[in-house]
Design a protein around this ligand. Structure first.
Ligand code: IMP
Ligand code: MG
Length: 184
């Protein structure tokens, strides 16, 4: 298993922030909590493509309850490191979420605008319930007023890659999460 401490891409240098072990331990805890909260129910996990696929895949394998999965793809970032603030729908849900217990799975909440958009859209479909899980939440997420029900880790507001998170669509496959090192 190869988990380097530093990763370089273009002229950017990243240092490990959350190790594979810490991530996996936390995912197990989240899965336990969710299994307890949804006892006797079969929630549908809606992964937000592309970033959430690793978390979703790991999370559902640690559940002790039955589940369904679906995906939605939206874009707010383009290929830049700054959120554009504008949400575009790329792939809509396939499942009918009406009367289902829906749990949206995100990799990271930054401005919160993506989650806010999804919340509005899903509530329109009249689910039985709606909750959000995100592996990461950036601490100064303050543009919108919303609650993330299950948070993996709160991190400072710096760009991160790995475990689903990309830089120009790359580095999603890293098993640990890496944070951009400030230069200068
Ligand atoms: P928000 O709408 O600003 O909350 O942005 C959320 C989306 O932006 C996430 O689902 C990620 O796809 C992307 N994003 C936000 N911060 C980062 C980061 O540090 N690295 C990689 N992608 C990020
Ligand atoms: Mg995302």
């Amino acid at each position: 298993m190869n988990n380097p401490e530093f990763v370089q891409i273009d002229d950017l240098k990243f240092r490990v922030l959350l190790s594979e072990e810490r991530i996996q331990e936390r995912v197990i805890e989240l899965a336990r909590e969710i299994s307890k909260d949804y006892q006797g129910k079969v929630p549908i996990f809606v992964g937000v493509l592309n970033g959430a696929i690793l978390l979703l895949a790991d999370l559902i394998r640690h559940l002790s309850i039955d589940s369904e999965i679906d995906f939605i793809k939206i874009s707010s970032y383009g290929d830049a490191r700054i959120s554009s603030g504008e949400i575009t729908m790329i792939k809509d849900f396939s499942a009918d979420l009406k009367d289902h217990d829906v749990i949206v799975v995100e990799d990271i909440v930054d401005s919160g605008l993506s989650i806010q958009y999804l919340k509005r859209r899903i509530l329109n479909m009249k689910p039985a319930s709606l909750k959000f899980v995100s592996l990461l939440v950036k601490t100064d997420m303050a543009k919108v007023d919303l609650t993330i029900d299950y948070v993996g880790f709160s991190i400072e507001n710096k760009f991160v890659i790995g475990y689903g998170l990309d830089y120009k669509q790359q580095k999603r496959n890293l098993k640990s999460i890496y944070q951009l090192v400030d230069e200068g």
